[in-house]
Design a protein around this ligand. Structure first.
Ligand SMILES: Cc1ncc(COP(=O)(O)O)c(C=O)c1O
Length: 358
């Protein structure tokens, strides 16, 4: 793994180019189960819209057309939306808007690390509630509310479907949590919503104190473009805008957001295939004597003996990349993403060879 100062302490899936160079591998030779973007994308019309985006002029700093089209698509008002340079960028912007030194922030762990990193950089006092293996990492909103009250937290970060566990959060449980904590800002990261069983929650009205962050990276398979959005009450959107620079979404990102709204069928088809791919892979892993954990989305946790060693052997010996979950505090788990059947067969062959050693 790299010691690159940019990513140190915030590991993510996907290839680390320096590591591949050391192993003499090219990125295109590697089958990547560590990153959970849609392997069936992107949709040609989205790629075409990105290609045609005007790059010789500044983009609209308010992303007016993209917000208007997204608003129509989601059944909300444009004033409830902010477009950004990916969900990660929006999480950092939200932390700038919500956190000052000593703001008390609670993170629902184990989870995606960017909001914690941003809150820590802003001088927050951190607390956490941690889901347990015994409950298959379920998100227990009553226990979270108790912990938030005990820690006097003012801001909560909650990811659902959660990364890396795949645990979901029913809309009713979210509503109850928000109602129980009316003075708390709940940052809800739904980056994987559209690739999950809960995709129909997309258009549900959100409680006033919930700030929803979504990525277009995952279902549209466009991580290189950097585009996501925040959905929240207009006053919270205004606050976010005051805490970030102008031109926070590029012309290609705005074009991708507009084009993505016409791709409901592509997303639905991809989701159906990926949820089926996940079921098939989990069944094959169980046939090997392994015990994949339940998930609501296109990735899941797999308990193993030594995740760092297994990751290294799969990459070095088989050109297969999996997510070692040590950085989530889970050194005996890898995270696997759903992929087409041929890729899964290669993974199963590699696991048969390597599991006896790690
Ligand atoms: C839960 C979660 N939120 C946000 C992101 C970042 O998404 P984006 O590519 O839109 O910045 C990721 C990326 O892995 C993620 O897993």
């Amino acid at each position: 793994m790299t010691d690159d100062p940019v990513t140190l302490g915030r590991r993510h899936g996907g290839p680390h180019h320096e590591e591949l160079e050391r192993l003499g591998l090219r990125p295109e030779e590697v089958i990547d189960f560590s990153v959970s973007t849609n392997p069936y994308g992107p949709a040609p019309a989205v790629v075409e819209a990105i290609r045609r985006a005007p790059v010789a002029a500044y983009p609209d700093p308010s992303a007016t057309l993209a917000r208007r089209r997204l608003a129509e698509h989601l059944g909300v008002r444009a004033s409830q939306l902010a477009l950004g340079n990916g969900a990660a960028d929006l999480l950092w912007s939200l932390a700038r808007a919500l956190v000052s030194p000593h703001t008390r922030v609670l993170i629902v762990e184990p989870t995606f690390g960017e909001f914690r990193a941003a809150a820590e950089a802003g001088g927050a006092t951190m607390a956490e509630w941690r889901a347990s293996l015994e409950s298959a990492f379920q998100i227990d909103t009553a226990a979270i509310a108790d912990r938030v009250r005990a820690a006097c937290a003012q801001v909560v970060y909650l990811c659902a479907p959660n990364v890396p566990t795949g645990a979901g959060l029913p809309a009713g449980a979210l509503a109850a949590l928000a109602a129980a904590l009316p003075a708390v800002e709940i940052v809800l990261d739904q980056s994987f919503l559209l690739l999950s069983h809960d995709w129909q929650d997309l258009g549900l009205p959100l409680p006033e104190n919930v700030i929803c962050v979504r990525s277009l990276t995952k279902e549209h398979a466009i991580p290189g473009v950097r585009v996501g959005y925040v959905l929240a009450a207009p006053a919270r959107i205004e606050r976010l805008e005051r805490h970030r620079p102008a031109w926070s979404s590029s012309a290609p990102a705005q074009a991708a957001a507009i084009a993505s709204c016409a791709e409901t069928a592509f997303v639905a088809e991809s989701r159906a295939r990926l949820l089926q791919d996940r079921l098939r892979l989990c069944a094959d892993l169980r046939a090997l004597g392994l015990q994949p954990l339940p998930s609501t989305t296109n990735f899941f946790l797999l308990p193993v003996r030594d995740a760092p060693a297994l990751r290294a052997r799969l990459l070095g010996n088989h050109r297969i990349l999996v997510r070692d979950c040590t950085s989530f505090g889970l050194p005996s788990f890898i995270r696997l993403s759903a992929r087409p059947a041929g890729d899964c067969q290669r993974l199963l062959t590699a696991l048969r060879a390597e599991l006896p050693r790690c």
